[in-house]
Design a protein around this ligand. Sequence first.
Ligand code: ARG
Length: 598
Amino acid sequence: MEIERKIVAAVKAALSELYGQQAPESMVQLQKTREEFEGELTLVVFPFAKMSHKRPDETAREVGDYLVAHVPEVVSRYNAVGGFLNLSINAGQWISLLQDIAANPTYGLTPATDESPLVMIEYSSPNTNKPLHLGHVRNNLLGWSLARIMEACGNRVVKTNIVNDRGIHICKSMLAWLRWGNGETPESSGKKGDHLIGDYYVAFDKHYREEVKQLVAQGMDEEQAKQEAPLIREAHEMLVRWEKNDPEVRALWRRMNEWVYAGFDETYRALGVSFDKIYYESETYLEGKEKVEEGLEKGIFYRREDGSVWADLTKEGLDEKLLLRSDGTSVYMTQDIGTAKLRFQDYPIDKMIYVVGNEQNYHFQVLSILLDKLGFRWGKDLVHFSYGMVELPNGKMKSREGTVVDADDLIATMIQDARQMSEDKVNKLEGITDEEAQEIARIVGMGALKYFILKVDARKNMLFNPEESIDFNGNTGPFIQYTYARIRSILRKAEAQGIAVPAELPACELSQKEVSLIQHLQGFATAVRQAGKDYNPSCIANYCYDLVKEYNQFYHDFPVLREEDEEKRAVRLALSAAVAQVVKNGMSLLGIEVPERM
Ligand code: ARG
């Protein structure tokens, strides 16, 4: 920023001295000079023609002359192309900018203070009847990255999760386990707890469909059969017993949920995500009921003859929304109201972000209005970070049921593939232990998965192609990781050869490529700010890719260690180190680790 700020000040002085005019800062626009012109920063002169009453190119020349005469330490030369004034900046300015970036390990990241806004980000939010799948993977990666980005923009962030641990879905798994489980446990079967429960959920569904089919064969209407099949009736009875706190049902429910949580924890650990505070629907749904009763008393909601409670949102252009069923049981929305209440009690939330798939757009539109009506400060402006579906090209990674892509399978496959890739490489890493090789494979496999998903605009549906993701070339995580590892290797070699980067960088000439790279490094701060403003992790992914591409071009054209001019070598080493550092920080905002070697 420093360089731009100096120029802006000098341009304002020029306009005042040359034309006797005061220009607002916003009028002084600087942009990166286009590649076909000489110079590094370009001033847009058109807006000043009104002040000078001269042609734009003439105005440009007058301002250019002024800058060269008055701030020669910043602007060394200029050329005017129509209304564009291309400025050549003194190399010393760029070098001192590079020095500032290199000396600041958290360049571009703004720390929060006690007064910073508190942003709560909800993500993951699984149901407890089955293991996490590819959709959850996208959710978790987006949620984690968004949290890191909001933190980097100077917010206090609380990462939260609502576990939908009660309801008919878990009762189905419980019932199937009682029927056909023979006491099977994660220990006895060697299955991960969430997978075990998922298997019983699938078993329930299979038997249930058979029952429905039989009833239909006996002449019953299909809709009726779906309601009256003995299995579904029993599941409902179980739910009622659960709500009544039946000790037996509750004990089984607790036991099975514990298995699921142990399984989820493993997946979360593998994904590298965590939460500051976890809420459970079983503890929030009653709060929701209370809040709805409160709204009823205040006249925000109304009760129908059958006893059910509704919100009328027709004035808002929406429909009428059920909040409590006639039997008094709560619905999905009730739970969200209760969860909001507890969260607000626990934290002074300024902004609430829900990371939830776009199939729930309507739900969150309604939730926002309801929370606002109920007096939640952040209700009206809650952010539904709505993301699209992920699909896989048909093939090997479909899991047992042949429908969903299991998160654990996916993670394991990615790591295996990364391991295989490095074993197939021509120049393999020398002298590393099996353990180190496995750790690199983990970092690279996860990097491939995460980057591939996060580089896409979150709102869009996407196709996840594992093979493409792990390519070491092109816009992939491994390509960026590889560039990082290569820089680290250069820096290690420099150290081994006793070549140190001086604390005070020498002022030497810079090539256009080097200047451009320094400008790009500087842009990290802007990219972070933009990503936070737009809630957009893909902005960081694209930034990292462009930076690394530009570094590789520079590295291809210019020697670093082999450069004989000591001053140039020092600057190039510092430049390399700064790129590595920014890449590491940028990737970390995506939740992606970078390996020292690969
Ligand atoms: N568990 C829900 C599901 O799997 C998602 C919950 C989203 N979060 C929320 N606050 N409603 O569909």
